[in-house]
Design a protein around this ligand. Structure first.
Ligand code: UDP
Length: 315
């Protein structure tokens, strides 16, 4: 993508700021909207001086978007996304994915823009099918600690699909699986930032449950490639899994972090949170065959890059 006008909602978040960075590098004009509830201006401070970057502090669920320029593409990434964050802000999470998505869809309709909605592997809930392919409908609790996120993302997929059907808007739905890398918040509560910051600080490394639950982690640069490839593709109104199928037990991830950081910290086992999915791995056959996208960065390389970032951040 080059020379385009692009809106990134949630552009001051972890994935959003990396999307902004890539777009600016490739000579696009970027409008970043964020209410900074979980994102931070630190993530975009490097771009604030760039004449092709505009930062707009706004909650897309409270006000319709108004930008007086032609807009070609929209990455709609605004939403709390880590379990700790969305459990702290359940209503904001549901509002940004419902009313916020409605506002962004209306803006896309007005501008004739292509919109990518950031959905999630959480639409599959605690999956009974493994690995998860896009045709699996999921196993989601409507009333649990994750329901504010899971159900509002499912609603947003349905709303996005309806706008596509009714108004012919070009929409892309990315089901984003666990992603990691620089600019994650040390305190966002997720496994990798927790394990890395605990190990570097010499604090106990907290593994929940017996640590045998699995996740499959995608490095941020692979995620950015996947999302940009999807938004530029011809496929409209259908979901694509974007993630890395390299599945690992959480306790093994903690051990790898301990090893790379050479920490003396010991693992401590804490209770498993309610509704914590037992297994998660994307089936990416569809993304591979239709988008010709697959992740490239191996887990230990990605972990080393992430650990280096946290080492510098935490001093
Ligand atoms: N987890 C853990 N220790 C932590 C944070 C998370 O064992 O300090 C576990 C968590 O219970 C889950 C997995 O790691 O099984 C991934 O959690 P995360 O919050 O990163 O994302 P999720 O995939 O659950 O949304």
């Amino acid at each position: 993508m080059e020379g385009k006008n692009v809106l990134v909602t949630g552009g001051a978040g972890f994935i959003g700021s990396h999307i902004c960075e890539r777009l600016l590098k490739n000579k696009n004009t970027v409008f970043c909207v964020d209410n900074l509830v979980t994102g931070t201006k630190d993530n975009v401070k490097l771009f604030l001086k760039d004449p092709n970057f505009t930062f707009i502090e706004q909650d897309v669920s409270k006000h319709p978007i108004e930008i007086d320029h032609k807009i070609d593409y929209i990455f709609h990434l605004a939403s709390p996304a880590s379990p700790v964050d969305y459990q702290k802000y359940p209503i904001e999470t549901m509002m940004v994915n419902s009313i916020g998505t409605l506002n962004v869809l209306n803006f896309a309709k007005k501008k004739g823009a292509t919109l990518l909605f950031s959905s999630t592997s959480e639409v599959y809930g605690d999956p009974q099918k493994h690995p998860q392919s896009e045709d699996y409908w999921g196993n989601v609790n409507t009333m649990g600690p994750r329901s504010c996120y899971d159900e509002s993302k499912r609603f947003a997929e349905a709303l996005t699909f309806s706008y596509h059907q009714l108004y012919g808007i070009d929409v892309k739905i990315a089901r984003i699986f666990n992603t990691y890398g620089p600019r994650m918040r040390a305190n966002d509560g997720r496994a990798i930032p927790n394990f890395v910051s605990q190990s570097l600080a010499g604090r106990p490394v907290t593994v929940y449950g017996d640590g045998k639950q699995t996740r499959s982690f995608c490095y941020i640069s692979d995620m950015v490639n996947g999302l940009i490839t999807l938004i530029e593709s011809k496929y409209s109104g259908e979901p694509f899994n974007i993630g890395n199928p390299d599945e690992r037990k959480i306790v093994k991830v903690a051990e790898m972090v301990q090893e790379i950081t050479e920490t003396k910290s010991k693992i401590v086992f804490k209770p498993l949170p309610k509704d914590d999915p037992a297994k998660r791995r994307p089936d990416i056959k569809k993304s591979l065959s239709k988008l010709r996208w697959e992740p490239k960065i191996g887990f230990s390389d990605g972990l080393k890059l992430t650990i280096d970032y946290f080492r510098n951040e935490l001093v």
